[in-house]
Write a protein that binds this ligand. Structure first.
Ligand code: HEC
Ligand code: HEC
Length: 252
């Protein structure tokens, strides 16, 4: 590790022990302003979650102390969509956002009544979800891997994913449609797309590779390949949501 990287690595460890703004309403307010600019796209305007988890619950996967929150915001969560902000905005601004998050009163969307085991059964049978989604070692790969989805997303986002898949597409899973010079069009989720080639996966799990020169057109549109599940009966929907929330990357 270079010297600067060591310093970057050590600074937050040394400083992270105590929140200098703990309980300070003015600093929390400044934190809210920053939050609305930087974090809203994933955590929602009031931090109740969206593509990123709900931050108003007071319990966090990555640790519950102020210094845990500091660490997550400063360094991000490697291997997830949670970016690191420390180098860009500095320690004080990270603490301001920690103070803001702490100041939030708990307004949790209570999980619906239901049975996650029944949701699991529905997922693999009647729901047909396993055709496109992997959980653990099972399932198809055209859609995103859901092994840790309950850890990453809020209940509200999961509900919306089912009923309105186009509302907030998972990056990297856009639809690509290729029109060959002869023969029918073929559509699938994007695997790779550059100036010369396109690679996509069709619902049957097959990967197709195309040379731009050899086809009439390749189009990418911001549409989900997932069918909308608008007509699930409420019990099936609740069971399914509870199952998705239970997927946290453990025991799957
Ligand atoms: C591109 C989307 C995205 C943006 C932008 C984003 N986050 Fe996150 N954030 C996530 C995801 C996804 C996770 C869950 C990571 C995981 O799986 O542990 C997360 C996790 C967190 C956690 C830990 C939650 C827990 O339960 O441990 C905190 C705190 C957090 N984010 C705060 C912020 C703050 C503050 C900002 C803005 C400065 C921000 N995030 C911006 C996507 C995002
Ligand atoms: C024909 C394939 C297909 C089927 C069947 C399918 N999905 Fe999807 N799903 C996708 C694709 C592709 C995406 C990514 C694009 C998007 O965000 O909608 C996705 C996205 C999702 C997401 C959002 C993931 C994220 O990263 O936020 C969830 C949750 C989800 N699906 C759950 C389900 C459940 C539950 C079922 C069964 C009731 C199901 N899907 C059935 C293809 C499918």
């Amino acid at each position: 590790m270079s010297r600067t990287r060591w310093i970057l690595f050590l600074c937050p460890l040394l400083l992270a022990a105590q929140n200098p703004f703990a309980g300070n309403a003015t600093e929390a307010d400044a934190g809210r302003g920053l939050f609305r600019i930087l974090c809203r796209p994933c955590h929602g305007i009031a931090a109740q979650g969206g593509r990123g988890p709900d931050l108003t619950l007071g319990v966090y996967n990555n640790g519950n102390s102020d210094s845990d929150l500091f660490r997550v915001i400063f360094h991000g969560v490697p291997g997830t969509e949670m970016p690191s902000y420390g180098a860009r905005i500095g320690d004080d601004n990270v603490w301001r956002m920690v103070t803001y998050i702490r100041s939030l009163t708990t307004r949790k969307e209570t999980p619906p009544p239901g049975d996650p085991a029944a949701g699991e059964a529905f997922f693999w049978t009647k729901g047909g979800c396993g055709a496109c989604h992997i959980v653990g070692r099972r399932g198809g790969a055209m859609g995103p891997d859901l092994t840790r989805i309950g850890r990453k997303r809020s209940l509200q986002h999961l509900r919306q994913s089912l009923t309105d898949p186009n509302a907030d597409l998972t990056p990297g899973y856009y639809r690509i449609t290729v029109t060959p010079r002869s023969g029918p069009k073929i559509a699938g989720t994007q695997r790779n797309l550059d100036n010369f080639t396109a690679e996509l996966m069709t619902p049957d799990g097959k990967v197709h590779f195309f040379d731009r020169e050899a086809v009439a057109s390749i189009e990418r549109d911001y549409v989900s390949m997932m069918p909308a599940y608008r007509n699930l009966n409420p019990q099936d929907a609740n069971n399914l949501l509870l199952y998705l929330l239970s997927l946290r990357g453990e025991n799957q």
